[in-house]
Ligand binder design. Structure first.
Ligand code: ZN
Length: 524
């Protein structure tokens, strides 16, 4: 993954750094009596993967709880929740997440189904995308959410159309109406979550993560792991502290950045949400959703407020990491980056927009012009029900052409990075790499490729998960390619990806992961 995309057959490591890259005929003096020589038998070595947008701690916590991601019917979900509740008879709240929106009609599960599964205690389950939650009657009661509760400014309480009673599903900021009465996680729960997350990440060959929304408790968890020597990931973190418009917040952000920066932990970014998601009609569009009476979704910020916020964060040296899904949210965010650049002058900010589900084609050249990074979740471009049933019908064919326009943004010359958004979707980079090439679900070689014009090739996908993500993380001088002088963050794959049919890429296994030359995962 150097600039020339060179190939080599041997690599030498000393004191955690790469000291040789070349052929098997090593220069004399390189191998001494203490050198360990490893013959990989023709397996493939790559730089460690970097995940450009992921939620490791909360997803690791979820892994240890009631996960619903793989279930495909309401009945299976209710059965699974009932079993979880029985196994957790000592807990005052039953919680979990991962339910997939297309399982329920209009992505709108009812509290009555959850009441049957958990009749005796409050229960709340977040959707796989994190933008909806499903509460039972006890939880709604405890939170005081009733037919009289108004929708919050950036959220929606789904209701029975006749009575106005909350029906059980909460969108965006309405989730907080209930989640604020749920007991907070303990530090021990978060540490256990981080341990689970880094084991899985290292197993998938991930050596660096961009933690996409980090509160102070999570920063403390990472810092504690670093202090104990148990942090096996490099972590660049985007701090997220609720509404960043509150005046007191900027000093707090700089304070957290300086307090928690360590050798492997860098809280140098700030996370903002510009809108919601298309599936629940909370993304901000330039033109209305089809069939919703002119509703185009609302951006989270007033455009002028977003600009002022970008100026302030940019001036304080933060990398701004913005969730933008609808084409209006994307445009507003690019406008805010442009405004910050005009006010503060151009510098090496590498502000990033993540998710980028729908981009108006006229905005595509602006990423490169503004030096902004485009972070895509390529696994989402797979033609599944999220797209065919919940997204394309809301946009129509003409606009749907510009869903996940990864190839167009790559061709424009912008830096494009990859990310899983785990636990929204699989943490395994090889699944996203496959889907970016095929535009089909991993392993599928039958259904026609979805939006085929926006597919990219293997080398591009690998760059998105290595050198480009390293650039987005301001780590490209130290990581992201196998070059002399860089840190030895390396992975060994059981096969050469360039000789593997695309629909088999997700079956390739990482057999060994090294962080600074030290083995942190090895397949047994
Ligand atoms: Zn995310």
């Amino acid at each position: 993954m150097d600039a020339a995309r060179s190939w080599a057959t041997a690599v030498g490591i000393r004191d955690g750094r790469i000291v040789y890259v070349g052929s098997d005929s090593l220069p004399s003096g390189l191998v001494g009596s203490n050198t360990e020589v490893v013959d990989l038998g023709g397996k493939m070595v790559l730089p460690g993967f970097q995940d450009g947008h992921v939620h490791p701690i909360s997803s690791g916590v979820d892994l240890g709880e009631c996960g619903l991601d793989d279930l495909t019917t309401p009945v299976a979900i209710a059965d699974s929740i009932r079993a979880c509740a029985r196994a957790q008879s000592d807990r005052p709240w039953i919680r979990g997440g991962g339910w997939q929106l297309p399982v329920f009609k209009d992505a709108n599960p009812s509290k009555l189904l959850l009441d049957q599964a958990v009749p005796d205690r409050p229960a709340i389950f977040t959707a796989a995308d994190g933008h909806s939650a499903w509460a039972n009657s006890r939880a709604l009661e405890l939170a005081g959410v009733s037919s009289k509760t108004p929708d919050p400014p950036h959220g929606r309480i789904e209701r029975d159309p006749r009575t106005g009673e909350p029906s059980g599903t909460l969108r965006e900021d309405a989730i907080a109406l209930v989640s604020r009465v749920v007991p907070p996680r303990t530090n021990a729960e978060l540490s256990a979550g981080l341990d689970r997350a880094q084991k899985l990440a290292n197993r998938f060959g991930i050596t660096t993560v961009f933690n996409a929304a980090t509160d102070e408790q999570s920063l403390r968890t990472f810092a504690e792991a670093e202090r104990k020597g148990s942090l096996t990931l490099r972590v660049v973190a985007a701090i997220h502290l609720g509404d960043p418009l509150a005046d007191s917040l900027l000093p707090k952000l700089t304070e957290l950045r300086s307090r928690y920066t360590g050798p492997r932990l860098r809280p140098s970014a700030v996370k903002l949400f510009a809108d919601g998601v298309i599936e629940s009609r909370t993304a901000a569009l330039l033109a209305p959703y089809l069939g919703r009476g002119g509703d185009a979704g609302k951006p989270v910020y007033d455009p002028a407020a977003l600009k002022d916020l970008a100026v302030a964060l940019d001036r304080d040296g933060f990398q701004i990491h913005v969730h933008a899904i609808g084409d209006r949210a994307v445009r507003m965010t690019l406008d805010a980056f442009a405004y910050a650049r005009a006010r503060n002058g151009a510098h090496d900010a590498r502000h990033t927009i993540t998710h980028l589900e729908l981009i108006d084609s006229s905005d595509i050249p602006r990423f490169r012009a503004l030096g902004a990074v485009a972070n895509f979740q390529a696994l989402w471009a797979n033609g599944d029900e999220y797209l065919t049933e919940l997204t394309e019908p809301a946009l129509g064919a003409r606009r749907s052409r510009w869903l996940y326009p990864i190839a167009s943004v790559v061709l424009s010359g912008a830096v494009v990075s990859g990310g899983s958004d785990w636990s929204v979707s699989s943490l395994n980079p090889l699944e996203a790499i496959e889907t970016g090439i095929t535009h089909r679900p991993p392993g599928d070689d039958e259904q026609p490729a979805w939006n085929p014009a926006e597919r990219v090739d293997l080398a591009t996908m690998l760059a998105m998960y290595t050198i480009n993500a390293a650039y987005a993380n301001h780590l490209e001088r130290e990581t992201g390619s196998i070059e002399v002088g860089k840190l030895a963050d390396l992975i060994v794959l059981d096969r050469n990806l360039f000789e593997t049919p695309p629909e088999e890429i997700h079956t390739v296994r990482v057999v060994r992961t090294l962080l600074e030359g030290k083995t942190i995962f090895q397949q047994d």
